[in-house]
Design a protein around this ligand. Sequence first.
Ligand code: EPU
Length: 339
Amino acid sequence: MQIIENYSLKHLNTFGIDARAKYFVELNSDEDIIDFVKAKGFAGHKTLILNGGSNTLFTKDFDGLVIKINNPGYELSDENNNHIFLKIKAGENWDAFVQKTIEQGYSGLENLSMIPGNAGAAPIQNIGAYGVEQKDLFHSLEAINRETGKVESFDKESCRFGYRSSIFKTTLKEKYIILAVNYRLNKKPVFNIGYGAIKDELKKMGSAEEISTKAIAQAVRNIRSSKLPDPEKIGNAGSFFKNPVIAKEKYMKLKNAFPDISAYPESGGKYKIAAGWMIDHLGWKGARRGDAGVCATQALVLVNYGNAAGHEIVALATEIQQSVKKTFGICLEPEVNIV
Ligand code: EPU
């Protein structure tokens, strides 16, 4: 476990922002993480825990310690007639894990194919796509309390999962480091094909008659590849903003003024509005300010075409927020963690 000074984070964040950490450490096993927390060597310093770096936008150098979580692997922890329980370590790549579960014949995570990042971050922001959220397959997680050094277990209820949210983003923010997550997958497939784009893609693929877990995963991969830029090629962190949830009365007014508006009913009579639709409607798709841009195929995704600084991406995001506020009266909230 070696502390490195003045370390470049460019390859550790999918936006590809060239920020530097004053101090940097990589923790490669559970033991490393536990020892590090117990030693409390950096108490009093600002710290930032980095997993896959797929949801972080650096706007300046980090004047403290960046802790990269790198404990890899997954293992079977239990099974019964209908389910298998797999424990995945926080530092394992999410999509590699998802594809392995599919190859091994388990279903549940196929709609969450191709989401960039590592497993430890999946419960923190309750990742979701195409009608499924990780909470639907979640069983429990293990995390170390940074204050006491004790490893604790959290069940589903205690994680307080919500739309792109959990207790680790709210009241317990920065208080724990997640070591591993347990998922309960199905031995007999349960398909989620309610999301329109999946049905359409399955038809295109000729798989609509014989749906399988593998076909759904492939459909999701096709849809994502056609819309979302590959962070290996163009820096981005997926959706930059959350889809806002608004009251029915406000939605009815908007629907009246903008009959094409894209929205989905939510619990409690509320509506979730597609932020991408609003941004697209205002003509932002493909807009560019230097190397900071709005993706040309998905307006909710902001991109770094090469050498954009984090504050330039934030400036573009602010322009978009102001324009959405002016036309729709809605404040867009970033989904990405701005540091
Ligand atoms: N839309 C447009 N123009 C655009 C983008 C979207 O008109 O430029 C419309 C679409 O036509 C569609 C609606 O908006 O009617 C929703 O679009 P899409 O299905 O692409 O999904 P999204 O709401 O923009 C959310 C998640 C994504 C997830 C997709 C698919 C959030 C913040 N984003 O995006 O998650 O992959 O649904 O389920 O909830 C992420 O969180 O980083 C992410 C990529």
